[in-house]
Design a binder for this molecule. Structure first.
Ligand code: ZN
Ligand code: ZN
Length: 253
């Protein structure tokens, strides 16, 4: 059995095919999926999905790429996180690739999310792009290791992976690890401890090989597991078993 630790099945690209997506999960032994929040406007949608499906979980948070007039307050994140199907805070983090200029608001928002996670004792889902040094620094300064979490859709170096693991975080690989040119990332997936690895689709984007360029869905997470198994010289079942146990250890303990 496999668990997709990060997807956006409420996004309009795939939300209309929900029944088909759930059926494909069953057919591909994907037992659960975590539907990750990107802004508070769409959070009710995610929560409704989680409430109506036993095997779908939700998170609450505002993505670093969303410039807003009203910043999410720590108290609001804490309040929304009280629901039993809300198992994480995020996605949050820093993205200096998609946005440039004075991004102090992004760092401030990231700190708010870490504080909400610490207050609720729920793990963090962290997005980092072209911003690894600041991401690690803020995690350190705010004591993110007290709750831990996951570095989602990981594309950074071995050094960054090990620094995050040191802070009680898991490393989640997406379809990017199946891409031919992702050589450095494949090395990370080969060498970090198996008990620190999660798998995800980040669907509807980033479909793994052999679906690259097409719409992604949680059922495809098996292809991420297959790539990791190949890299580590173990069976895909072992990767499924370990990553599902890791998911439960992090989010459902
Ligand atoms: Zn992300
Ligand atoms: Zn995402």
């Amino acid at each position: 059995m496999y668990i997709d630790s990060h997807c956006h099945i409420n996004f309009p690209e795939i939300a209309n095919n929900l029944e088909e997506i759930l059926a494909n999960m069953r057919a591909n032994e994907v037992s659960h999926a975590l539907c990750v929040s990107v802004d508070l406007d769409k959070f009710p949608e995610i929560l409704a999905l989680a409430e109506s499906h036993d095997n779908i979980y939700a998170s609450v948070g505002v993505h670093p790429d969303y410039e807003l007039e009203n910043e999410p307050a720590q108290a609001e994140l804490v309040r929304l996180a009280q629901h039993p199907k809300v198992i994480a805070i995020g996605e949050t983090g820093l993205d200096y690739f998609r946005l440039q200029g004075d991004l102090e608001w992004q760092r401030k928002r990231f700190r708010t999310h870490i504080r909400a996670a610490v207050e609720t004792n729920k793990p963090l889902i962290i997005h980092t792009r072209s911003a690894s040094a600041d991401t690690l620094r803020l995690m350190q300064e705010e004591g993110a290791s007290r709750v831990g979490g996951v570095m989602h859709c990981f594309t950074e170096s071995m050094e960054v992976a090990l620094a995050a693991i040191d802070m009680n975080f898991y490393i989640s690989f997406s379809g990017i690890v199946t891409f031919k040119k992702a050589l450095e990332l494949k090395e990370v997936a080969r060498h970090i401890p198996l008990d620190r690895i999660l798998i995800e689709t980040d669907s509807p984007y980033l479909a793994p090989v052999p679906f690259r360029g097409k719409l992604n869905q949680p059922a495809y997470v098996k292809h991420v597991a297959e790539e990791i198994a190949k890299l580590r010289g173990i069976t895909v079942e072992e990767v499924g078993k370990a990553t599902s146990a890791n998911f439960k250890q992090l989010f459902l303990h």
